[in-house]
Design a protein around this ligand. Structure first.
Ligand code: KIV
Length: 274
């Protein structure tokens, strides 16, 4: 009897190797069933801390805890077979320094089975990125509009409009790549800046509201499927309107229940004749 054939999961080296070959496709996932739907179509799944806003109804990503990220990370690993799975480090779980980051990130890898982590920040995070990368924790960087700095930025504003900020974002991307990140998310920046960073970077730049010329793209799945309406970033394109579909389906169900035409199989719930 031959052993069952297990399809191989994408690795961080596979993602790196795609730079200059073809665009990298990625989406967020927070649950096992959604991971199952997305898995055949994407190179990597990110368990983003955006789940704080999208699933938990928080106003920002700041209240998300490491335990929440671990529970959802494990679910996404269980629901997927082929895609690389990366888990976001939540606010407060890594900013103190490399040792704290290693403690948090090693819990993520051990308890979820994910293949790496993402953390936000530029030059100031470079020592942490190299500490993790050198100790077996692949890091996806995140520069530009970094949502965990919402209080510093004063909102979710496009970054890199002025020369000084554009220069800083370029330095951030370079520092994180030099420190060993295998890829970098570049969020909410002006198009020419994103293009320049992508051209110069030795590692793939994954854009979100940045430029179609990045090495790949990521979106929050619930945004692109019309499942989250509280906050719609400018870059979001709706590929479906599942929120509306849910409304229609549930409305139909409610009408059938009220009209006593549901469940539709005659006598299913009739009391037994004695
Ligand atoms: O938290 C998240 O989902 C993210 C992506 C939008 C890149 O950081």
């Amino acid at each position: 009897m031959s052993a069952p054939v297990r399809s191989r999961r994408t690795t961080v080296s596979d993602i790196r190797a795609l730079k200059g070959v073809r665009p990298i496709v990625s989406l967020t996932a927070y649950t096992a069933p959604m991971a199952q739907f997305l898995d055949p179509h994407v190179d990597f799944l990110l368990v983003g801390d955006s789940l704080g806003m999208v699933l938990y109804g928080f106003e920002t990503t700041l209240p998300v805890t490491l335990d929440i990220m671990i529970a959802h990370g494990a679910a996404v690993v269980r629901g997927s077979q082929k895609a690389l799975v990366l888990v976001d480090m939540p606010f407060g779980s890594y900013q103190e320094g490399p040792e704290q980051a290693f403690r948090s990130a090693s819990r993520v890898l051990k308890e979820t089975g994910a293949n790496g982590i993402k953390l936000e920040g530029g030059e100031e995070m470079a020592p942490t990125v190299s500490f993790l990368s050198e100790r077996g924790i692949p890091v996806l960087g995140h520069v530009g509009l970094t949502p965990q700095l919402v209080n510093t930025f004063g909102g979710y504003k496009t970054q890199g409009r002025d020369e000084a900020r554009a220069t800083k974002i370029k330095a951030d991307a370079k520092a994180i790549a030099d420190a060993g990140a295998f890829s970098i998310v570049l969020e909410g920046t002006m198009e020419p800046l994103a293009r320049e960073i992508t051209e110069r970077s030795p590692v793939p730049i994954i854009g979100i509201g940045a430029s179609p010329h990045c090495d790949g793209q990521i979106l929050v799945t619930e945004d692109m499927l019309g499942l989250f309406n509280e906050f719609i970033p400018r870059h979001v394109r709706r590929f479906a309107n599942l929120g509306e579909e849910i409304g229609k389906a549930v409305g139909e169900y409610a009408s059938e229940v009220k009209a006593r035409t549901f469940p539709g199989i005659e006598n299913t719930f009739q009391p037994k004749k004695t």
